[in-house]
Design a protein around this ligand. Structure first.
Ligand code: HEC
Length: 146
């Protein structure tokens, strides 16, 4: 009897642990992959915005590399979102899949905006390229991200 109870409580702990992980992270592999890609885009964009605000020193090579990384990930966005995968942790709006062409156009706009920054060689050039980049994020998030 004691053994049984002990096992039961272990099982309960395991279930609780799983539940708390599920609460924090998406479980669906498609959702995980697209969130990872967005996370990478986000961390590179953050670096660029910090540079433009003077929170990081301007570094042309670092800025160019960040724009390259964003443009490469942006090119993968349509394929990463193609499957209509759902997850309680996803912030993707259903509109993505019934306005698919518009979503793809916004992903292409992100790729173009990021490509426009791959040659930045001054803070002024960074400023201009960053305006386009931030606009591309906002334009998609306002319509397609919850
Ligand atoms: C074509 C549309 C689109 C563009 C353009 C776009 N995003 Fe996203 N982004 C999304 C969607 C949709 C989600 C929600 C994905 C999910 O949770 O399933 C998202 C999620 C995110 C997340 C959260 C990732 C996570 O871990 O859950 C970050 C950070 C992010 N985007 C940053 C950016 C930045 C920065 C840009 C611009 C440089 C950008 N995004 C451009 C559609 C876009």
């Amino acid at each position: 009897m004691f053994k049984f109870k002990f096992k039961t409580s272990l099982a309960a702990v395991a279930v609780l642990a799983t539940a708390s992980v599920a609460f924090a992270y998406a479980q669906n592999p498609h959702v995980q992959k697209r969130q990872e890609a967005m996370g990478l885009i986000g961390s590179n964009a953050k670096k660029l915005n910090q540079m433009s605000k003077g929170q990081l020193p301007f570094d042309a090579a670092m800025a160019q590399a960040a724009f390259v990384a964003i443009s490469q990930k942006a090119a993968e966005v349509p394929a990463l979102f193609e499957t209509e995968a759902e997850d309680p942790e996803s912030d993707a709006a259903d509109e993505i899949w019934f306005l698919w062409d518009e979503f793809v156009t916004k992903a292409e706009a992100l790729e173009a905006a990021a490509s426009a920054g791959t040659g930045v060689d001054s803070p002024a050039a960074l400023e201009t390229a960053l305006q386009g980049l931030n606009g591309a994020c906002k334009s998609c998030h306002s319509q397609f991200k919850l």
